[in-house]
Design a protein around this ligand. Structure first.
Ligand SMILES: *Cc1c(COP(=O)(O)O)cnc(C)c1O
Length: 435
């Protein structure tokens, strides 16, 4: 039996994932986690999208060790270092030049919410307006500025202060497939008495990771950009979870023919699970005064080292992108098959690239039951969505075909078990009701 006593005794009640996965993890390699008892788990969670290149990626690990051995600077505030210089060169070479992009980079404090705070702050400064439009089920972090743009009730309730200067509007598909939610937005913008304060910016995820794997279409994203341009609002794409290759290409909106004004990146940016966040800003919007936004840990040089090598190793040609797309097709087919195998369960599947969801009926508890079954059988997998109704498949992009297969088989068996369990409970209930 796993002993979690010290965590229960010493750690705040705020702890979260330990409750879904109640073991002590000791080791991790690629897509496999090992607990203290030596039990193995295929990781279909990947640190919520932080470990796109797997745990302890051997190539990146070697670069970290080399850097430490050579006494490279580890902490540098935002001073110039060799590691940062190499990172800037790689971003230019691997990301900007092939796309003919010009952005300036703002390094913020190390977590995603820090990048979102900076992006929102800058947008408000540039436009001289306070309001920001965010979308239903959007997730942008939990520090108060970013939290104001996060829809999740649990997090909003914890704020303790008013979360203002944000207007939530319906995301793509929120009113069903036949309603164009942006028509509503446009009507609000055109009507001076709609009650909508003219927004400085719109912040959006192309796929809502925490919100339930809701996917915005290319057409919707293009229309959103058109609205932003026409009504003088900045378009901020929060690519923290679904960027860095998760959807196949490096940026989730590659191929959508849009050009966001501001882009936020974090989670898998360092490639090694090291904290690192970045805001990409169109040069003409870079109206920061020197030092006007700071942070002690803007210069995590170990993260610069691994981020640089991740870009050089995986993004110098299209091979990695194609591998990810091939794996995504395997996952998509598998999920479709599960959906059809249990027609009575009311399941559906959705996603893009290697962020895919198995959607169960809301309030059925089925997704959480499947996740628990998976954990017992050796797969770490989380749920998302407003009612935790979506089983969220987020394997490392580097997962081997064999591990992918192994994980998917366990998920399929877990769906079967959880569904059978639920039905047998129902039958017991019905039988009991007759007495
Ligand atoms: C995780 C996440 C954030 C917040 O990142 P933290 O590192 O948890 O602060 C912001 N936006 C999106 C889309 C995310 O998935």
């Amino acid at each position: 039996m796993t002993d979690l006593k010290i965590f229960d005794r010493m750690e705040s009640e705020v702890r979260g994932y330990i409750r879904s996965f109640p073991v002590v993890f000791k080791k991790a390699k690629g897509s496999i986690l090992f607990d203290e008892q030596g039990k193995e788990y295929v990781d279909f969670f990947s640190g919520a999208g932080t470990l796109n290149y797997g745990h302890n990626n051997p190539f990146l690990k070697e670069k970290v060790i080399d850097y430490l051995t050579s006494d490279g600077v580890v902490h540098g505030l935002d001073m110039a270092t060799t590691a940062k210089k190499r990172f800037l060169e790689s971003v230019d070479e691997r990301l900007f030049k092939p796309r003919k992009w010009e952005y300036v980079l703002q390094f913020t404090g190390p977590t995603g919410t820090n990048a979102v705070e900076a992006a929102l702050k800058l947008a408000r400064q540039v436009k001289g307006r306070q309001n920001i439009v965010s979308f239903t089920h959007g997730f942008h972090g939990v520090s108060c500025g970013a939290l104001a743009a996060t829809a999740n009730r649990k997090f909003r309730d914890a704020a303790g202060v008013g979360l203002s200067n944000t207007t939530f509007l319906p995301y793509d598909g929120y009113m069903g497939p036949d309603v164009n939610t942006l028509a509503y937005f446009e009507r609000m913008l055109e009507d001076p008495s709609s009650g909508l304060d003219h927004p400085a910016a719109v912040i959006v995820e192309t796929v809502q990771g925490e919100g339930g794997i809701n996917v915005a279409t290319r057409a919707w994203m293009q229309e959103l950009q058109r609205l932003c341009r026409r009504h003088d609002m900045l378009l901020i794409v929060d690519d923290i979870q679904v960027g860095c290759g998760r959807t196949g290409s490096f940026f989730s909106f590659d191929g959508m023919d849009i050009q966001p004004d501001i882009i936020t990146l974090s989670k898998s940016l360092s490639g090694f699970g090291l904290p690192m966040s970045l805001v990409l800003i169109k040069p003409e919007l870079d109206q920061w005064k020197p030092g006007a936004h700071s942070g002690t840990f803007r210069g995590n040089n170990l993260a610069f080292v691994t981020a640089t090598h991740a870009l050089d190793e995986y993004w110098s040609d299209d091979a990695f992108k194609e591998q990810t797309q091939a794996k995504a097709a395997v996952v998509g087919d598998w999920l479709e098959n599960i959906v059809q195998s249990y027609p009575e369960a009311g399941l559906s599947a959705r996603g893009r690239g290697l962020i895919q969801g198995l959607v169960t009926p809301p309030r059925s508890g089925l997704a959480s039951a499947i996740s628990a079954q998976c954990f017992e059988k050796g797969v770490v997998i989380e749920t998302s969505g407003a009612h935790d109704e979506v089983l969220k498949l987020l394997p490392a992009l580097t997962i081997s075909e064999q591990e992918l297969q192994q994980g998917l088989e366990i998920i399929e068996r877990s769906v079967g078990h959880a569904f059978a369990q639920q039905n047998s409970k129902k039958i017991v209930k019905i039988a009991g009701a007759g007495k």
